[in-house]
Design a protein around this ligand. Structure first.
Ligand code: C5P
Length: 435
């Protein structure tokens, strides 16, 4: 992605170094534009060392030598506006906020902003003193900016500010701005928006008020699915287990994202049921705990655990929702197995006849056998099965991975949905349930 990072006069300007580094490490091209005010807080050379393609100061619109390094046409603010896919201003101070709200353009950054073609995206991350943030003038500017098309926000946080005041006005977390920037809808996003429901992460099965059973799933796979679909302009609801990756929270300002955090499988089932009927796609990546224990309000004694522990079944969320599915919905399931044979796959498909099943080998890091771990790893081989195709249990599908990484898997799922939606013509295999 081609990104312009605008940095304005704020003590938080030093945090923009880290933001640039995150994008550069992720393979994005970044031009940095500094306002006059920002120079009181940062050193322009540092951006070069941290991977910026170009670093521009407020007067550089009139520097033919600099312009020629990057562009053939002469007017820098026009060329930069055309070049970028996304303009991020972080931190955005009160002065530049007022200027871009009013359409003033007396330096390079504000000129680039005004010259942006309407389909280009803008992400604004304000930072200022609480009194300044709460002033009616600032509120008016902010209201105007946030209601402009293709404008997105990373809201300021509450906290201790550089001026020693405590309140709202702290720059959003850098990781939040980074994750949000990657999940924004691309300008080429299709007109038809799908509603996509994703379960992710591990659920917990409490034993008593201080102990629980769980697994190492971090929700990374579900997060990557969410990012991929958001990036293509779709609406995503994620129902996520506790202790999943905190980056789900980074998308709280994303206008097409809803996050529901739960603890247990039952809570996940309740939340998922609320949304299921209205969704076009359901992707079940969660590592749901199949078993639960009768609730104990007091800490269990060791002998109670050893001698009297009762084990019950948790709801099979995917299995139950498949019984309520509409033909037009696409339903995708996952399965992590230690033994991956065609018999295992067949049993699963008959029990849960999803439209697309992705299976992978997995084991926890405590199994020191050197096999594929699956949890918290970006590389992982996924094998795909198409239960409603002519040969649903094709053994050949286990010969070769369908996707090698979680990112590739998410991209291929999106493409598969694009060519298969809506699946109105399937004849569902009748689910057979264990429980
Ligand atoms: O039955 P099995 O665990 O093999 O099925 C895996 C699939 O079912 C995954 O997509 C998982 O998210 C989902 N699942 C569920 N509720 C359960 C167990 C698994 O939704 N209780």
């Amino acid at each position: 992605m081609n990104i312009i990072l605008g940095v304005t006069g704020s003590v938080a300007a030093y945090k923009s170094y880290d933001l640039l580094r995150l994008w550069a490490k992720d393979g994005h091209d970044v031009h940095v534009i500094l306002t006059k005010g920002s120079l009181r807080f940062i050193n322009p050379h540092s951006y070069h060392y941290l991977g910026a393609k170009g670093v521009w100061s407020s007067e550089d619109d009139f520097s033919p030598a600099k312009n020629q390094k990057f562009f053939t046409a002469p007017v820098s603010h026009i060329e930069l506006s055309k070049w970028c896919d996304l303009l991020v201003i972080a931190p955005l101070g009160a002065n530049t906020m007022a200027k871009i709200s009013m359409g003033r353009c007396d330096d390079l950054l504000t000129s680039v902003y005004l010259a942006l073609p309407p389909h280009k995206r803008v992400l604004l991350a304000p930072a200022m003193n609480t009194e300044m943030w709460n002033k009616q003038q600032t509120k008016d500017h902010w209201h105007k900016l946030t209601h402009r098309p293709n404008h997105f926000i990373a809201s300021p946080e509450r906290g201790l500010l550089a001026c020693h005041d405590e309140g709202e006005g702290k720059l959003a977390n850098i990781e939040t701005i980074f994750h949000l920037s990657l999940a924004l809808p691309q300008s080429s996003a299709p007109q038809k928006k799908w509603k996509v429901l994703i379960t992710a992460g591990a659920t917990i099965s409490p034993l008593d008020p201080i102990r629980y059973l769980t697994n190492p799933s971090t929700g990374e796979l579900g997060y990557i699915m969410a990012e991929t679909f958001l990036n293509h302009g779709h609406q995503v609801v994620c129902v996520v287990g506790p202790y999943s990756k905190s980056k789900f929270n980074d998308l709280k300002d994303h206008p097409s994202f809803t996050l529901k955090q739960i603890f247990t499988a039952e809570e996940m089932f309740e939340e998922t049921k609320q949304y299921f009927e209205s969704q076009d796609i359901f992707i079940s990546t969660a590592a749901v705990n199949d078993i639960k224990f009768p609730p104990s309000l007091k800490k269990l004694k060791k002998d109670q655990i050893q001698n009297q522990l009762q084990v019950d079944s948790n709801p099979d969320i995917l299995g139950q929702l498949l019984l309520k599915r509409k033909k037009s919905q696409i339903i995708i399931g996952f399965a992590a197995e230690t033994e991956l044979t065609i018999e295992v796959v067949k049993e699963k498909i008959l029990r849960k006849p999803v439209d697309l099943l992705l299976v992978n080998k997995s084991q926890g890091p405590w199994m020191k056998t050197g096999g594929e771990q699956g949890f918290n790893e970006s590389t992982l081989g996924f094998y795909a099965f198409f239960p409603h195709s002519a040969s649903p249990f094709d053994k050949k599908n286990l010969d070769q991975t369908w996707a090698k990484t979680k990112n590739e898997c998410a991209k291929k799922i999106l493409e598969w949905c694009q060519t298969n939606a809506p699946i109105a013509s399937i004849a569902p295999i009748t689910p057979t349930h264990r429980d």
